[in-house]
Design a protein. Structure first.
Length: 185
């Protein structure tokens, strides 16, 4: 079996989920999703990042050698609610004019009872903090699947300024999820 690793320079991915992938070139067909979930006024809502890039190397036989580098186009956030999307992209939340992208970097995965874990760092709004990524890997003859999640507190990254620093209307915890299908080399 070949080692899965992913290289997606500038590729638009149709939906959303968390911050990971594994090995193909830009010409290879990759499908995936990078989404986020949070609370607003006590109700759960979801959104997607339509565009992100990823350079990930992962070999289940040698998880310690894994490497993740994911770039996220914050302006591609879509919650399917135009008013909320406008606020998310503005200076109180993602501030896409000042910070057009977020970045997740990590190396050295480890096996755990649920699959794999990676301690990486997320840079969002110019703030870098540790964020643990948990994921599963399902090898396949023609394609493999990697899916998982990460949980973070938006206020740790300055996402939510002014009146939005309160968690009365928008929760602090954000869960990011990903689900990717990776062709084998």
């Amino acid at each position: 079996m070949g080692r899965p690793e992913l290289k997606l320079p500038g590729m638009a991915l149709g939906a959303v989920a968390a911050l990971a992938v594994a090995a193909v070139t830009a010409a290879d067909p990759v499908s995936g999703k990078l989404a986020f979930e949070a609370l607003q006024a006590g109700a759960r809502f979801t959104g997607e990042f339509a565009r992100f890039t990823a350079d990930v190397t992962f070999d289940p036989a040698d998880p310690a050698a894994c490497r993740f580098e994911v770039g996220i186009d914050t302006a591609s956030a879509d919650t399917r609610e135009s008013r909320r999307d406008g606020i998310l992209k503005g200076p109180d939340f993602f501030w896409v004019e000042q910070f057009p992208s977020a970045r997740y970097r990590g190396s050295g995965c480890r096996k755990n009872a649920q699959g794999y874990a990676l301690d990486g760092e997320l840079t969002l709004r110019g703030v870098t903090r540790p964020v643990a990524l948990l994921f599963s890997f399902e090898p396949g003859a023609k394609a493999s699947r990697m899916k998982g999640s990460a949980s973070l507190n938006r206020l740790d990254f300055g996402v939510g300024q002014g009146e939005w620093q309160s968690t009365e209307w928008v929760g602090n915890e954000v869960v990011v999820r990903f689900d990717l299908t990776l062709p084998r080399r």
